[in-house]
Design a binder for this molecule. Structure first.
Ligand code: CU
Length: 257
């Protein structure tokens, strides 16, 4: 006659507790985003207004910045298909500063629903104008006495920010749906931390170079390296109306999308 063996409960409980408190099965995605080819030097931007304030800093077009080793700055890298709903939690309240008639930072990632401070450090009139796809646009004057204006973006999006007073001012707010986003630094490097182990699609976005995807498998511990490369694109330095604006790269020439 067979007898079923029953594991005593006092043995099972510690085993389950060990499993629950064990190391999370998650890894990092790291890598570099590069530009294949010779990128143009960033164009100088002509300051045509409020020279005393706006001219105090150097103005170069930031829409395509390629480092010495071809790393591309300001590329947003994200996991397109996360397996959980973890939200991004910024270390401090995000801000977008207008300083020297530049948006600082030029590109920033903020979580959906997160309030941010739009700061006027210049003490002159700016007029912040958003160009969202999924959120409600706004177009607000920020007079010199108004140092801080709050704003928030409820839905995941890529939002261009312009100033209606200073036509050269341009920045981008990428509104994050979840925690698994990263922005490349000056060497094109990025890191997305603590991604649950598994297979995903990695997606990049750059304001001039567009989107790319690449499959990635995240290990249960450590990191996986995923490098990406953007093909060199035709770049012109002055606008020609005969070319549709969405087909050209146009650093510094003031083309609008
Ligand atoms: Cu302005």
């Amino acid at each position: 006659m067979s007898r079923t063996r029953v594991t005593p409960v006092f043995l099972l409980v510690p085993a389950l507790a060990l499993l629950a408190s064990g190391p999370a099965l998650a890894g990092d995605i790291v890598g570099k985003v590069k530009y294949a080819g010779k990128a143009p030097a960033p164009a100088k931007i002509s300051i045509t207004k409020d020279q005393a304030v706006c001219g105090k800093v150097n103005h170069e077009d930031e829409s395509l910045i390629v480092g010495a080793d071809k790393g591309v700055k300001y590329v947003v890298v994200k996991v397109a298909d996360p397996k959980d709903g973890r939200k991004m939690s910024p270390a401090k309240r995000p801000s977008l500063d207008q300083n020297g008639c530049k948006f600082i930072p030029h590109v920033e990632i903020v979580p959906a629903g997160q309030e941010i401070d739009i700061i006027n450090s210049d003490g002159i009139l700016h007029n912040i104008h958003s160009f969202p796809k999924n959120n409600t646009p706004f177009n607000k004057a920020q007079p010199k006495f108004k140092k801080v204006m709050p704003a928030s973006f409820e839905k995941p999006d890529v939002v261009q920010i312009k100033c209606d007073v200073h036509s050269w001012m341009s920045g981008w707010i990428v509104v994050a749906e979840h925690a698994y986003y990263s922005l490349t630094d000056a060497s094109g490097g990025y890191r997305i931390s603590d991604v649950p182990a598994g297979s995903y699609t990695l997606e990049t976005w750059h304001e001039k170079l567009g989107k790319q995807t690449k499959p990635v498998t995240v290990p249960a511990t450590g990191s996986v390296t995923v490098d990406l490369e953007y093909a060199a694109k035709y770049v012109q330095t002055s606008c020609r109306p005969s070319i549709p604006s969405d087909e050209i790269l146009c650093p510094g020439c003031g083309c609008r999308r």
